[in-house]
Design a protein. Structure first.
Lengths: 424, 902
């Protein structure tokens, strides 16, 4: 089983430095890409069927093709690595950045060439201090070796790359909120269209791409689109870093073929539930995805299949709910987070999430009212996609709407017994 | 126009608009908060949700935000769709979760957009059962009250304040449902247009603090269309009164002029009308004592002073109406009527009007200024002299970048997308003034120089545009290069504009401005040339007076006159005190008509109480050359009446039969229009007093005026007959024509379901377009069709500092430099204390320190002032605040001497 993204990651938790990275074949993709025309790079990635790993699964190659290229294109153009990994339960990009920072940098340089970007930013979650340290070091090494800066390896191609530490807001993970934050403004989302490819950072064409997505690019360049597609067990190409947290035996991350089943990930790789606990449900792709339950365990973890099951693969990092944990408490915890992180821009989000959190909090504290479930259900419809300005609130109510479906009895017990049954 | 289907019915709408704008333009009721016609769409509040259907077969549809959805051909939408309605009600309920529902004690109550929209959505029952967030409110100065608990987070305040008005000290802090809109710390809001927050805010977060001192609900106000008297731009206002007190001013939309916004001087300067210094009864000086006399006695006395007296002269006023000035002119005769302004100012204004009349450049409206794409400001501190124009200029610098953004193919009403694409790009704006101005921060480049040097730069720009314009000998290379770059920017613009005015009191500056504008006119292009004038009727007065104050002084000095009638004018602000005193003591009789006590009324033999703009009707001609009618807001109390009426009464008393025909304002206007061809179109400025809609007058009071029958119940339970208004088609009543009157007569904006000022939507032919029937006002000056005239050729010599002398220039202040508003307490609070501004190096030469008192003497007058440093002043030039020092009457700029006070 091939694990292009993680195969060279050291077992001691240290990062590969430039030498080690190069020794394992690093920066060969860049050398190859420098000899390719920008459109050729985009074409290969398009053919590879690479889809964005940040959660939405937007096809990567087609996304780049909206960026104006050629001599009439506006400059500077920007590439931004979305490394603001703030989705609860998600820590896959952290591994890639802490242990293989050059893979990200190489991927970014290649993408920068594909879209003729002049400047690249790594927008890093502020708490990722270790990643920040290692990326900084890697950037310095890359500059020293002329992989970055003016006239990269004598190719005539240039790109400046900067590390930017986020001040820390979930909203910054939304690409347009990220761009505003990077401009030093409130991390409110922007209206689309215009898309960032046309008017992005500082009003210039910009591509924002998740870390894992970018890390895949050098391997696609090295081995080709067909190879990339062959890695997968499903229609969506490549490998995927899956993760599991919650009360499983071995929480962690695993790079597996795209389309591995939930059961395989949870039972074989995460070792199943801890002794004495039973599986009740799972948020397949981070906190902002719908619960899946027992009946869904054989669903293939890819963008298409998880969606068919009524959820989203999201970041592919699962949060597992067991039978000793209160589902209401868990959802309350999540909604508290989302309510906190609402940027305050659109009414349904700022008002609806705060209201939702308060109702859940009342239910969990034994002060729930019989019609609260109806009101909660209303909020989940009120905060549906399209009703809000960005995807934060629709994502935020996904675990709630599915919890109301799968764990309704637990909510009702709270209200009926005027207490949380999980608390003595 | 584009065909769309609304509720399955085909209808044509403007294809460049968004659906909210289109629906409102059609007169449909669709609630909104974050959208504003001047600010565009940002999609924040989600209130204007409607249903959009894919095709005729689609019955499900999806919810879209009308404000964020462009009109497209054949699209099918529904406003009344049940799901859309439910969603809109839920949005209201959501944004009300933190609203305190304190309408009964909220100043906004009764004219609150949030109330209106809540009723419109049908949300009436609260389900939210949890505590509301609370905030601490801030002190934001004497003009604006802050009550953050009412906030619904629509972001309109910061968008207007920062993005539209260029303010820096109002921000959105925090996030989620706890966003705080305020300053970093308590303090006076710095922006000159902060008062618009009162109208921009859809609820009671920002309210009029001056209104708070004498609060009245909108529905209890008696209101009339008015014109701002606090500068020459002629912004349209709505003034409201109750119980004889003028309560407040709000914006009166005029698509060509002020649009949706006023400046703070215009909005908050009104309180002079309620001043304790108001003259409310005639006063006669007998044996050195001034005593009140009855109206009859006063008129009789006035008549006697006139009859058989051929030595009467009249001093007109740039702050009095055309009609009052004309009545005085008729009384004394054209040759004996003098503009009550210094001769130099009068000549300067006359020169500006002559330039505008000769063409080829055209005086633009504020809307046209907003759409100019390259601007040169020559010698004017626009923000402090003609404030509302500065707001238009802040939009004009967006024009060129907007043209670039338009190439990205998304709708330009998408305000934040435009802003993100545009970033900090600004179109060309060049500011050449003697001292730094607020517009410098958005200027492409600035130039500091004495008036002569500003003029020389202007002449050089004109020469660079057209070599036929005179060259400027000996111009420093740097200024030459600057002139070249200004010329290049103006030349490549589609709608170039030159702004100048009386700010420098320099003929050379306005001639230079005229040359630049002339040079830019050619082919299809007509350059704009805007002269800011000093006062609200400077244009009108100058158009009818031949001489200035100096000529009047001379007439008395030479014994050609011995009786002086001063109309609404404090001559101590117009000439040195000694000269005024000599004038008055040489005259045997001085009759003064005015509304506020001032040094001139103190000296008069006969003082007559004149109505302010709120107690009289009349016409003002703006600096654009637009004649506009203002209407009496409330019936006069006591003996106060319009100046023209006092003058008419006096003429009648003196046996002047020709004025017996002057029964109403219309009669005065008709005589004036006939006598002076420049005013031929003034009668068209508004419908005459005989105008009726459906046989009825237009009511000044909203039909819901609740206290009407109770107001005087403690005196009599019988409702008194409303006062007559012979002069206008408006009635001092709530009874009359219930629907929309012609644009010039709109006493207040109200429509069923729209109690806030945003009811203006219903009065426009299309959103943000002209008022129905056309925006009010008639232009009295248009450049001739044929191009004639020639360049001014008198290029001045460069400024030479003088040893031991300092050129004293006026520094204008939005709060303080204008006479009337300075008598409004809130404005007075914001006015600077008198000072002398000195360049630090000049101060070093003089051996003076900051704060030290110096004596400034100029042409026999002197006063003591504390020194402030201003490094932006050119060397050799000092400045003092216009309108605020005893030296006001001295014609500035003038050479002064400065000495330390020991």
């Amino acid at each position: 089983m091939e694990k292009p993204l993680t195969q060279n990651i050291r077992t001691d938790g240290e990062a590969n430095d430039l030498k080690a990275y190069e020794k394992a074949g690093g920066y060969q993709a860049l050398r190859k890409a420098l000899k390719m025309a920008p459109q050729e790079i985009t074409e290969v990635v398009k053919n590879s069927n690479l889809r964005g790993r940040g959660g939405a699964g937007f096809p990567t190659g087609p996304k780049w093709s909206f960026v104006p290229v050629g001599k009439d294109a506006p400059h500077p153009k920007y590439l931004v690595a979305n490394a603001d990994e703030m989705e609860p339960g998600t820590f896959k990009d952290r591994l890639l950045m802490e242990c293989e920072p050059h893979q990200l940098i190489e991927g970014m340089i290649v993408v920068a060439r594909a879209i003729e970007a002049d400047v690249a930013y790594i927008f890093l979650r502020g708490e990722y201090t270790l990643a920040a340290e290692r990326i900084s070091r890697a950037l310095a090494e890359a500059y020293d070796s002329r992989y970055l800066g003016k006239n990269i390896l004598g190719s005539g191609s240039s790109v400046e790359m900067y590390l930017h530490l986020s001040a820390g807001r979930y909203m910054c993970g939304e690409e347009t909120g990220l761009l505003n934050a990077l401009e030093g403004k409130r991390a409110n989302p922007r209206a689309k269209p215009p898309f960032p490819q046309i008017s992005g950072l500082f009003g210039k064409p910009t591509i924002v791409q998740n870390v894992e997505t970018l890390c895949n690019v050098p391997h696609i360049i090295n081995h080709g689109a067909e190879w990339f597609k062959s890695l997968s067990r499903s229609k969506d190409a490549g490998t995927k870093i899956y993760g599991a947290s919650g009360k499983v035996k071995r929480p962690g991350l695993w790079e597996l073929p795209m389309g591995t089943t939930i059961r395989e990930i949870l039972e074989e790789h995460a070792g199943g539930m801890r002794d004495g606990l039973k599986f009740r449900g799972v948020l397949p792709g981070g906190a902002s995805t719908d619960f899946l339950v027992e009946q869904h365990l054989d669903v293939l973890m890819d963008f298409t299949e998880v969606q068919k099951a009524g959820s989203r693969m999201g970041t592919g990092t699962m949060i597992v709910l067991d039978d000793h944990t209160c589902p209401v408490g868990m959802v309350l915890n999540l909604e508290h987070f989302f309510a906190q992180e609402s940027c305050g821009w659109c009414t349904p989000c700022w008002s609806g999430l705060a209201w939702t959190e308060r109702m859940l909090s009342a239910i969990e504290a034994g002060r729930g009212q019989p019609d609260d479930l109806e009101k909660l259900a209303f909020q989940t419809r009120f905060l549906a996609p399209g009703n809000t300005f960005c995807a934060l609130a629709p994502g935020a109510v996904e675990p709630l709407q599915s919890a109301l479906k799968y764990f309704r009895e637990d909510f009702e017990r709270h209200i009926r017994e005027k207490r949380c049954p999980w608390r003595s | 126009m584009t065909l769309v289907y609304i509720e399955k019915r085909p209808i044509e709408v403007d294809g460049d608009r968004n659906l909210l704008d289109a629906c409102l333009s059609l007169g449909l009721d669709l609630p909104y908060f974050c959208w504003h016609p001047a600010l565009g769409s940002v999609g924040a509040c989600r209130q204007c949700a409607i249903k959009l259907f894919r095709n005729e077969q689609d019955t499900q549809g999806r919810i879209v935000m009308a404000c964020m959805t462009p009109v497209s051909k054949g699209m099918r939408i529904s406003v009344v769709d049940p799901e859309a309605r439910q969603f809109r009600a839920a949005v209201i309920e959501g944004l009300m979760t933190n609203h305190p529902h304190d309408c009964p004690v909220c100043d906004e109550g009764g004219e609150c957009h949030l109330q209106d929209m809540t009723v419109m959505t049908g949300h009436d029952y609260r389900h939210f059962a949890f505590p509301k967030r609370t905030f601490r409110n801030q002190y934001l100065g004497p003009l604006i009250n802050h009550e953050m608990n009412r906030c619904i987070q629509c972001y309109r305040c910061v968008r207007f304040y920062r993005e539209y008005a260029g303010g820096h000290d109002l921000e959105a802090f925090g996030l989620r449902n706890i966003v705080y809109f305020g300053r970093k710390e308590d303090g006076v809001l710095e922006n000159e247009f902060a008062g618009n927050l009162v109208e921009i805010c859809p609820t009671g977060v920002f309210t009029d603090r001056t209104l708070k001192h004498h609060y009245t609900r909108k529905w209890d106000l008696e209101m009339a269309p008015s014109v701002c008297a606090h500068c020459a731009l002629g912004c349209n206002t709505t003034a409201g009164e109750r119980y004889g007190l003028l309560r407040r001013i709000v914006n009166r939309y005029n698509g060509e002029l002020n649009g949706y916004f006023l400046c703070d001087r215009g909005r908050f300067g009104y309180e002079f009308v309620n001043s304790e210094r108001r003259i409310r009864a005639p006063r006669l000086r007998r044996d050195g004592k001034s005593e009140p006399v009855s109206k009859v006695q006063a008129i009789e006395r006035f008549g006697r002073l006139l009859s058989g007296n051929d030595k009467v002269i009249g001093i007109g006023s740039p702050r009095a109406s055309l009609e009052s000035n004309f009545a005085l002119r008729a009384l004394v005769g054209p040759e004996r009527f003098y503009a009550g302004v210094p001769d130099a100012t009068g000549r300067l204004i006359a020169a500006m009007l002559a330039i505008l009349r000769a063409g080829p450049a055209r005086s633009p409206s504020l809307k046209e200024i907003e759409h100019s794409d390259a601007v040169l400001v020559l010698g004017e501190d626009v923000t402090n002299v003609a404030p509302r124009m500065a707001l238009s200029l802040r939009q004009s610098v967006r024009q060129q970048p907007l043209a670039e953004v338009a190439k990205l193919h998304f709708p330009l009403w998408q305000a934040h997308s435009v802003q993100e694409a545009m970033q900090d790009a600004k179109g060309p704006l060049f500011v050449a003034t003697p001292y730094a101005t607020r517009l410098d921060e958005i200027a492409t480049e600035t130039y500091r120089g004495a008036p002569e040097d500003v003029a020389r730069l202007g002449f050089a720009v004109a020469h660079a545009v057209d070599a036929a314009a005179p060259a400027v000998p000996g111009l420093p290379a740097k200024a030459q290069a600057f002139a070249q770059s200004i010329a290049a920017a103006l030349k490549s613009a589609r709608k170039p504009l030159v702004i100048s005015g009386a700010g420098c009191q320099s003929d050379a500056v306005i001639q230079a401005a005229a040359n630049v504008a002339r040079a830019l006119c050619g082919g299809e292009r007509v350059a704009g040339l805007s002269f800011t004038l000093p006062e609200c009727n400077s244009f009108g007065l100058t158009s009818m007076a031949s001489g200035g104050l100096g000529d009047a002084f001379q007439a008395v000095r030479e014994g050609k006159a011995d009786t002086v009638i001063v109309l609404e004018n404090d001559l101590y602000r117009r000439a040195p005190a000694a000269a005024v005193e000599a004038f008055f003591s040489a005259a045997r009789h001085v009759i003064v008509l005015d509304h506020l006590e001032n040094p001139t009324t103190a000296i008069a033999e006969l003082v007559l109480p004149a109505g302010t703009f709120a107690e009289s009707d009349g016409t003002l001609v703006s600096s654009e050359g637009r004649a506009q009618r203002f209407f009496q807001v409330f019936a006069n109390s006591g003996d106060i009446q319009e100046s023209w009426r006092w003058l008419r009464d006096a003429m009648v008393a003196a046996g002047r039969r020709e004025v017996n025909a002057w029964q109403t304002l219309d009669d005065v206007i008709a005589t004036m229009a006939e006598a002076l061809s420049v005013f031929a179109r003034v009668p068209e400025a508004a419908p005459s007093s005989r105008f009726r809609e459906a046989g009825a007058k237009i009511p000044r009071q909203p039909h819901r005026s609740s206290g009407r029958t109770a107001m005087l119940a403690h005196i009599s339970v019988h409702e008194p007959k409303p006062p007559e208004d012979p002069d206008t088609p408006l009635a001092f009543s709530m009874e009359g024509y219930p629907d929309q009157p012609p644009a010039a007569l709109i006493p207040f904006f109200w429509a069923p379901g729209w109690n806030s000022i945003q009811a203006v939507n219903k009065f426009q032919s299309e959103i943000a377009g002209a008022l129905r029937g056309g925006d009010p006002g008639v232009r009295l000056v248009e450049p001739p069709q044929t191009r004639n005239g020639s360049y001014f050729r008198a290029v001045p010599a460069a400024f030479q500092p003088r040893a031991g002398q300092w050129l004293l220039v006026p520094i204008h202040h939005i709060f303080g430099s204008e006479e009337l508003s300075l008598s409004a307490p809130a404005i007075a609070e914001l006015a600077p204390k008198p000072y002398l501004a000195v360049h630090p190096e000049d101060a070093g030469e003089l051996g003076i320190k900051i704060g030290e008192q110096v004596e400034v003497s100029v042409e026999g007058a002197a006063c003591r002032l504390p020194v402030q440093f201003r490094a932006d002043l050119p060397r050799g030039i000092v400045g003092l605040p216009a309108g605020l020092t005893p030296l006001e009457g001295t014609g500035l700029p003038a050479w002064s001497r400065i000495s330390r006070v020991r």
